[in-house]
Design a protein around this ligand. Structure first.
Ligand SMILES: [Zn+2]
Length: 488
């Protein structure tokens, strides 16, 4: 990882609390995905005159959960602000949000996430988190630039957002990626949102080269895009400076199709929004009893779980840290390894490797989470047993993972593929003789290097497309070499 010491990045991460049932200030359904446009609306969330918002208590509880999980200091008394701007996605002409100036406070201040980078640890210090409502969703035909119209779906209007704001302490796109991985994990464990849902996260990034003006890249619509957008913007800024041009403070838009940032406006400051205290909502008071209750009910967090897995299953720091990142994978792991009483340290490690390497590879290729598949924890137990008992080779096992994800058992897959191991000794002996004749150099090597026999076994495997029984093949080749007086 190359550390770009001259780069300064701060992130604002907006997360929809998708696990809430209702919106932030009304009782309309929070779940707008796949619904008829403008069917989950009421006078409050379309901003009709005279309608009065009422804060969703569960949203306060969820915000408290994430604040505790991120080690923030929760403000005991606060009120909402109106952030004024005019746009069609905001029928009231203002967004109900929080403001940490002019006597206002964020929901919580401070906090941090510790990253484990290649060679060191780094604390990413948070500035604050706050609660606000999502504006409506705008729908365009094709791209926003060429669409002949804009459609507005108010089902999203009033959905709860949590905004996590970091200090400008992130030093590279890779650090930003690691930070967002941890955010995603902590949000998943705290049970407030499913960030795999389309549109559930939006990130704004402040980027500058030390000593120069910063730009803000708005509305990056997925965690994956953030690293890409940052890389592009850093190169753009450095190229400007190389050409002798000075950078200006500006807001830019990330175009994820063309993968470039585009200037939207310059010299926009927060004061332009004219924040006013929201007089229609009573101040929020949070007492210690409430915080303690939420704390007591908070599920195990990834860092705690990683320590426990290290202890209970003898995993390395690296393995346990990676395994716990996705809660569903870690749940799957624990169910699997605990279902076989004979499993010990070796199998715990094997199981972890299967999940982290082959299963993760297929999930990435198919863009699925483990819950989207029919894979059952017991299937991985089966794979490990079959390999350890010599019934299938690791190579075959790796080839059948794709089918296992579709829910087939090992025996079903082997039958379908006709990939039973070859244990016919006559056939293997014939292949062994061929291999010894064809590879005189390796055979010669066997006289001085006992490990050279692996290469001969490998040649038999090649001839059988990985289906030769490795134990029988080894025995046969050893005997053939002995007969020829090559080994003792
Ligand atoms: Zn509503």
């Amino acid at each position: 990882m190359s550390l770009q010491k001259d780069v300064i990045i701060g992130l604002e991460v907006h997360i929809q609390l998708t696990n809430l049932k209702t919106k932030l200030f009304c009782s309309c359904s929070n779940d707008y995905r796949g619904t008829e446009p403008n069917s989950h609306v009421c006078p409050i969330c379309i901003g009709l005159p005279g309608s009065l918002p009422v804060v969703n208590k569960k949203a306060i509880e969820f915000a408290t959960r994430i604040a505790i999980a991120l080690n923030c200091k929760i403000n005991k008394s606060m009120y909402f602000f109106r952030k004024n701007y005019f746009y069609v996605d905001l029928p009231k002409g203002f967004q109900i949000s929080q403001y940490n100036r002019a006597g206002g406070r964020a929901f919580a201040d401070g906090g941090q996430i510790t990253l484990k980078l290649n060679s060191h640890k780094k604390d990413i210090i948070l500035n604050r988190i706050h609660l606000e409502e999502d504006p409506a969703r705008l729908v365009h035909k094709g791209s926003i630039a060429t669409s002949p119209y804009t459609l507005v779906d108010y089902n999203r209007s009033g959905v709860t957002l949590i905004e996590i704001v970091t200090e400008p302490v992130i030093g590279s796109p890779e650090e930003a990626r690691e930070f967002l991985k941890q955010v995603k994990s902590i949000v998943q464990y705290s049970g407030i949102s499913s960030l795999d849902l389309e549109g559930s996260v939006r990130v704004d990034a402040n980027i500058s080269i030390k000593g120069h003006e910063r730009s803000e890249v708005k509305n990056i619509n997925s965690f994956k895009e953030v690293e890409r957008a940052l890389r592009h913007e850093i190169v753009r800024q450095k190229n400007q400076l190389k050409r002798g041009k000075e950078l200006i403070q500006e807001t830019r838009h990330w175009d994820d199709k063309r993968r470039i940032t585009i200037s939207l406006r310059t010299k926009e400051f927060e004061a332009d929004y004219r924040y006013f205290p929201e007089q229609d909502l009573v101040p929020i008071e949070i007492d210690n009893n409430f915080i303690q209750k939420v704390k007591d009910e908070l599920p195990e967090m990834p860092s705690e779980r990683s320590l426990r897995l290290r202890r209970d299953y003898n995993l390395s720091d690296f393995d346990s840290d990676n395994l716990v990142l996705d809660k569903d994978i870690a749940d799957f792991y624990e169910e699997g390894v605990n279902s076989d009483a004979l499993f010990g340290t070796n199998e715990y490690k094997q199981y972890c490797n299967w999940l982290m390497n082959d299963v993760s590879r297929v999930l990435n290729e198919q863009n699925k989470t483990i819950k989207d598949t029919k894979l059952h924890p017991h299937q991985i137990v089966d794979i490990i047993r079959h390999i350890n008992e010599g019934k299938i080779t690791t190579k075959i096992a790796k080839n059948i993972i794709d089918d296992m994800i579709d829910g087939f058992s090992i025996s079903e897959i082997l039958e379908m593929k006709g990939k039973k191991r070859i244990s016919d000794e006559n056939l293997l002996e014939k292949l062994g003789i061929e291999v010894i004749e064809e590879n005189s150099k390796i055979v010669k090597d066997c006289r001085v290097n006992p490990k050279a026999i692996e290469a001969l076994i490998g040649r038999v495997m090649q001839k059988t497309k990985g289906q030769a029984d490795p134990h029988i093949t080894r025995t046969i080749i050893l005997e053939l070499l002995k007969e020829k007086g090559i080994t003792e």
